[in-house]
Design a protein around this ligand. Sequence first.
Ligand SMILES: Cc1cc2nc3c(=O)[nH]c(=O)nc-3n(C[C@H](O)[C@H](O)[C@H](O)COP(=O)(O)O)c2cc1C
Length: 203
Amino acid sequence: MKTESFNSNATKKPRLLAILGSPNKDGLNAKMLSICTKAAEHAGWQVDTVDLYSKNIAFCKGCDACMKLHTCAFAEKDDMAEIIELLRACDMVALAAPIYWANVPGVVKNLFDRLRGVAMEETVTFPKALLSGKKYLFFTSCNTASPFAEIFGQTGGIKRAVHEFFKTAGIKCNGTFICTNAKKQKDVPEKLKQKISHYWEKQ
Ligand SMILES: Cc1cc2nc3c(=O)[nH]c(=O)nc-3n(C[C@H](O)[C@H](O)[C@H](O)COP(=O)(O)O)c2cc1C
């Protein structure tokens, strides 16, 4: 009996949930995410991918029901139920989304909104994190070149917004990968490709 349960645990792969938050299927964010998922699979991880722009995700209604339910009250009415299940089951999230107005694209913000009751519980003091123990990787890009992307708050703005969601959910950042000067890049710069691959070689 003991041996059986040991074996089933030993064969269980860690799970990565890869979320694409860019409308460009062949864009820089899709490419960075693809490098990440291939490297993760090579490292023995099970990968599930969610392309947000091809999903049916209604706007958060701000009804607050999720604060009591610990899930979105309307999750079964669109694709949120599937995403919530994958998020709860994963060990790590890889989110790839371009910088729009120094922030995340609307679909990503709406995803965070719809996940409010899955991510955290309100208490009389600080919010209680409901997804502790998981990690996240964040991939992003912007047209502004470095160091202006940092100086003018483009990269800082999106990192703050993304970290706010994950930190509140109890999900720790394990790496941020930023491709600046995006308009001039035909492909992910070699250095960034190597940084992504190196991350997975250490896992
Ligand atoms: C609506 C919109 C807003 C944008 N806002 C910014 C911005 O604030 N700063 C910036 O440097 N680039 C901005 N960009 C450029 C995008 O960041 C760039 O197109 C993206 O990084 C390319 O990624 P992709 O190849 O995955 O689409 C914006 C683009 C769009 C479409």
